[in-house]
Design a protein around this ligand. Sequence first.
Ligand code: NAP
Ligand code: MG
Length: 502
Amino acid sequence: MPNIFTHEFNTPTYKGKVSFNTGLFINGEFVDGSDGTTIDVINPTDGKVITSISEGTPKDVDLAVDAAEKAFETTWGLNYPGNKRGILLNKLASLMEEHIDELGALEALDNGARLSTSRVGADVIGAIDCIRYFAGLADKISGRVIETTEERFTYTRHEPIGVIGQIIPWNFPLVMFAWKIAPAFATGNTVVLKPSEFTPLTAIRMCHLAKEAGFPPGVLNVVTGYGNTVGSAISSHMRILKVAFTGSTVVGRKIMEAAAKSNLKNVTLELGGKSPNIIFNDANLEEAVNWSMFGVFFNQGQCCIAGSRIFVQEGIYDEFLKRFTEKSRSIKIGDPFAPDTFQGPQISKIQYDRIMGYIDSGKKDGAKIHIGGERHGSEGYFIQPTIFLDTKPDMRIVKEEIFGPVSIVIKFKDEEDVVRQANDTVYGLAAAVFTKDVNRAITTAHKLKAGSVWVNCYSIMSPNVPFGGFKQSGVGREMGEYALNHYTEVKAVHVNLGMKMM
Ligand code: NAP
Ligand code: MG
């Protein structure tokens, strides 16, 4: 029998009890994995086991695809009109609002995200906003009539694709879940989703809420398990017609390869980044310092869009560094449930070791540690906010995504110099420019090769604004109406109104 996870929260910011089944969610039921094995879920704050979840297998992916295919053909897809799909998505969002504290607390427990963020900021509210936005689009999906000749009537339909595979990472588990399922359901597709086994709890809890909201069985299926078994079964499945993936560039490449080798399914990828954050001499220094700190250290630096390469113009370099150092030193590290915590633990021992490995490589390559670079505390996976100086463009810490609280600060001369350095990366997810000069802000923003560019701010997002990467940061866009293109097939229908074939 699947495990029942029961937990009593008694924290400074949240008190309450949760109790729910942590089985796989297939065809509207919670079930064991076909091998009967489980995976421990770890609390990154203390390294201890929270609970266990069912371990899915490729066979479970097959069962989930059977259920999703059947739902698509019978109860969902073209059988369930858009306005009603929108009502169901809104019901799900309302249930999330009812459970907002519980979802926030689960995220803080499982992921280590500070509760103040997971409750009100990027996480639960971000996820609700996304679901409501796509709920509103569900009855606004339409094709076009295309004028050809008077003897022909030609139009397009935007039809749902079918069964969609979705694979998400651990850094913003609930938000990533919402970004994936909301556009898929709004357009009438069914889903087989794999969360990261490091942070599966909110995705599982969402299955309970989706069931309560009244989604027909098989529309949403969640198969928890490992990437090299469940993830690879999804990306190579012959009856999954599209895969949407968020995660590292290394795994993104494998997803595309698996899609190519199996059924040439559609692929969208949201991958890593090494985003430049550019501060010109005339920037509002205090604002630039505050946003830069947030841009690189928010969520323990575990943000795909982290502004990890901070370029500062010569004239203000010393003053910026002084203030940025003070600000970074003042970061409160610790218990994600404490009200004044800014930085929680890294997600896992593996990530902790990976980040410390990057810090070592920076030191060995001759970069200078300005502050940080050490473990914080003695339990869990906490790392001090770290600033590197004196880097060279070919160092690993300058080129590769670290995905931890590590920033590098680089001095630049002029606009041409900084644009060249900023674009000197295989990534192209995000970038920022700080200046009071409107012309420079806009011309620089246009020269940067990135999917999102912020002017005088960082990490701002909205569900109606597209998000995605240039270059090796991804393929396709999520959010906004742009996302709908990736969840529909366009069919052109040609009707003969009077042409005769000779
Ligand atoms: P990851 O290692 O690439 O894993 C992402 C997901 O893919 C996990 O569920 C993972 O399962 C699964 N996976 C691993 N190997 C697989 C395979 N061979 N086939 C199919 N699935 C497989 O990434 P992560 O460490 O969880 O997340 C951090 C990365 O995500 C960073 O690079 C970050 O930049 C990126 N990210 C990008 C965005 C964006 O929108 N661009 C947003 C958030 C995060 P396992 O956990 O079992 O390995
Ligand atoms: Mg965990």
